[in-house]
Write a protein that binds this ligand. Structure first.
Ligand SMILES: Nc1ncnc2c1ncn2[C@@H]1O[C@H](C[S@+](CC[C@H]([NH3+])C(=O)[O-])CC(=O)[O-])[C@@H](O)[C@H]1O
Ligand SMILES: O=C(O)C(=O)Cc1ccccc1
Length: 259
């Protein structure tokens, strides 16, 4: 029987430990957000991304400062809805609603189950719509908050500026984009040090050398991190007026970009 828990106190989010890369694979396939990943995702992301729980919880706190009355809050690349649920719990502004978007059918199915479970347990949560779709093809409505929590790094690099420009165009005055990403570092020594420390973080969370190596080769073709400098330049080129980093833990960071 699968074990279920939640991020706060709900249902429908699997507690299954991530052992996806524990056995030697003859060939490591490219990483995909499929059924197998969905089953272990909460455990995988917590043990792989230093600062993830802090970022998710505080994204709700930040969003509450930028939310404008009667506007949309987007969670782009919502996975199982952790950010969506933080937004729904923290934002109290009149007439706000959340739109969560992900192009993985397996993620969207579990995300809907999880959010429905939260609705049946808590009152006063913001309304939410979960869309299965490509964020590159999305028609944005006027929005006060857009969260890209570790999603941009999976978008083809040559599509990133166009996506950010469209997000910028949809943002209302007083709103913000919150962008979290794994970082690459232009200084070789800094890059090597923070990469080693991230590996130590994974080891400390119970991943073996084999798991770390196979996961690394699974993601190297599909996840392309940029440097902080590249992010800032691109956000300004997309029309944002100000970029403020608010969190960094090892090689993972989160930025606030103002319209
Ligand atoms: N083009 C696309 N369109 C829609 N979704 C996409 C696209 N490309 C990738 N995704 C989706 O973006 C998500 C990235 S995970 C986000 C974690 C979440 N934000 C969290 O805070 O828990 C990050 C990670 O696993 O490192 C996956 O669910 C993909 O299906
Ligand atoms: O595991 C890693 O090394 C990462 O960089 C983060 C990650 C987390 C979850 C899915 C893909 C990548």
């Amino acid at each position: 029987m699968p074990a279920f828990s939640n991020y706060t106190a709900g249902t429908a989010v699997s507690k299954e430990p991530d052992r996806l890369f524990a056995q030697p694979l003859a060939q490591v396939p490219d990483f995909a957000f499929n059924e197998d990943v969905v089953r272990v995702f909460p455990d995988m992301i917590k043990r792989s991304v230093p600062g993830y729980p802090t970022i998710v919880e505080n994204l709700g706190v930040l969003a509450a400062q930028f939310a404008q009355p009667n506007s949309v809050l987007y969670d782009l690349g919502s996975s199982l809805g952790a950010v969506t649920q933080a937004l729904r719990r923290h934002v109290r502004t009149d007439g706000c609603r959340v739109i969560a978007v992900d192009n993985s059918a397996a993620m969207v199915e579990r995300c809907r189950e999880y959010l429905n479970g939260q609705d049946s347990m808590f009152q006063e949560l913001l309304p939410v719509e979960v869309i299965e779709g490509d964020i590159l093809a999305l028609e944005f409505q006027p929005a006060s908050v857009v969260a890209l929590n570790f999603t941009l790094q999976f978008i083809a690099p040559d599509q990133r500026t166009a996506l950010l420009s469209r997000i910028r165009q949809s943002l209302l005055p007083g709103g913000a984009l919150i962008l979290s990403e794994k970082l690459r570092f232009e200084d070789e020594q800094e890059h090597a040090l923070l990469t080693d420390l991230h590996i130590a973080f994974k080891r400390a969370n119970g991943y073996s050398e084999l798991e770390i190596a196979q996961k690394r080769s699974a993601i190297e073709n599909v996840m392309k991190p940029d440097s902080l400098e590249e992010h800032c330049e691109r956000l300004l080129a997309a029309g944002f007026s100000k970029v403020v980093p608010w969190f960094q833990c090892l090689n993972f960071a989160s930025l606030i970009a103002l319209p």
